[in-house]
Design a protein around this ligand. Sequence first.
Ligand SMILES: C[S@@+](CC[C@H](N)C(=O)[O-])C[C@H]1O[C@@H](n2cnc3c(N)ncnc32)[C@H](O)[C@@H]1O
Length: 244
Amino acid sequence: MLNNPYKYLSQVYDVLYKELHQVTIKLLNDYFGSTTGNNKKLLDIGCGTGTFLLEMVKNGWTGTGIDSSPEMIRLAKIKTKKQRLLCNFFVRDMREIQLRDYFDLATCNFDAINYILLRKDMTKVFNNVYARLNENGHFIFDITTPYQGKKFSVKFNAKFDTFGVTISPSYNETTKIKTLDLILNFKGKAYKETHIQRRYEVAEISSLIEKSGFTIKEVWDVEDKKDKKVDAETTRAIFICQKR
Ligand SMILES: C[S@@+](CC[C@H](N)C(=O)[O-])C[C@H]1O[C@@H](n2cnc3c(N)ncnc32)[C@H](O)[C@@H]1O
């Protein structure tokens, strides 16, 4: 079954998370020395409204984006057309992927992977990505950790020009399940939506990704540290992995 909680959040996603994608682009630049694509193929998994992927397409990558939310994909396609770019978008569950193409780089940004709740499904995702990468291809993704689950459990309220949002988080330390109850107020109505994610330890993901055949090149703390060193207080970690 597709996990698709983005029916309403999709409508305000780009305003809510405006600055986000420059962080990933900077990190890619830190690792590769450049984000120039030279027509190499990029698969962005859980691509959302396509902001990151379209930036990469502008840098010369040939882009494909998949996401389980039809609304996010619809908005990504509109954005592509508006910017007069070329990019493929498909509604797909990352546990299945079902694409014929092979890629030089796969990305999965901003805790999209935390929507995978079961370890056996995570293994499926990693195996799928491995199978769709060219030899020496990279897979770059981030996760949020159990420490993040505990740390950010405070109700969040914000008002923007065209909408208001309330996010009520709760975290179960035993199951590592984070539940985010959202109320979105826009166009004079209130919309409710629940997002369920699982928090993963860096060690747990490291073990699963290596079992799928990847070599881990780097694991960086992307939120809290200047030196990028992962430790017990890391809230978000980015994995840079390579197919060998
Ligand atoms: C927090 S958003 C991140 C979107 C985008 N990567 C970004 O950086 O803006 C998480 C995305 O993951 C997608 N997603 C959740 N579960 C998925 C699944 N099983 N397969 C594919 N996409 C999924 C959601 O629909 C949503 O667009």
